[in-house]
Design a protein around this ligand. Sequence first.
Ligand SMILES: Nc1nc2c(ncn2[C@@H]2O[C@H](COP(=O)(O)OP(=O)(O)OP(=O)(O)O)[C@@H](O)[C@H]2O)c(=O)[nH]1
Ligand SMILES: [Mg+2]
Length: 253
Amino acid sequence: MKFDELDASMRVYETAHDHCVLPGIYMVARIDGRSFTRLTKESAGFDAPFDVRFRDLMVDTTRHLMNCGFKVVYGYTESDEISLLFDADIDVFGRKTRKYNSILAGEASAKFSLMLGALAAFDCRISELPSKRLVVDYFRWRNEDAHRNAMNAHCYWMLRKEGATPDSAAAAIAGKSLADKNELLFSRGINFNALPNWQKRGVGLYWGLEEKVGFNPKDNVAVVSQRRAIVTDMELPMRDAYSAFVGQFLNGA
Ligand SMILES: Nc1nc2c(ncn2[C@@H]2O[C@H](COP(=O)(O)OP(=O)(O)OP(=O)(O)O)[C@@H](O)[C@H]2O)c(=O)[nH]1
Ligand SMILES: [Mg+2]
């Protein structure tokens, strides 16, 4: 068989089931650390429940994903996950989900591993959302997941640090309401409301303008110009205010 024939006959097995997201459907990718419960505990020695060094690795990975060839209008990270909202009109790779999933998981794994100095891997999945309302609901979901995770993680690690075993700490929290968990923390002197917002709400990244001071040697004067840069927001709003905040990235789309 000639190479051209072989090429065409084999290529079909790779591409026949390629899935492309239809025009007009919003795409959101979620990239999640693989087995990070073990990674954060065993290999890297991160503080629990929250570690600023871990947060900054996730933020820097998010920034990298916003700069690696896909038009991302909003990035969001909490715990070991990253969500990316793509521009509504994105058409890179013909909107083939195979390319988005594999490239984003690969770029995140490479960037995070290089910064950590140890092997770390991420998976990736795409949500296909047919309305602005569902995009807002998606980000509300992850924002509220961050809040619940933070409450559970603070309760769990407070009990562990008091000497509870992993099983007894988990059992003590299971089935408790948010109010009960709040009380439990308060009884040990921890005011959940006063904890840093990035722990309870996650971190948002979006494009803004940054001033850059240059120098014009001809006229011997300083010149200020503006350029696009990624803003890292550690003080995200909650609930309806967060819905309105996410809505601004969909305006004009
Ligand atoms: N110590 C520490 N752990 C963290 C921090 N942020 C996230 N994690 C851990 O990251 C893990 C993320 O949870 P999951 O994604 O559900 O679990 P996973 O082990 O990664 O499992 P898969 O995603 O299914 O592969 C949790 O166990 C968190 O405790 C942090 O700042 N410090
Ligand atoms: Mg994970």
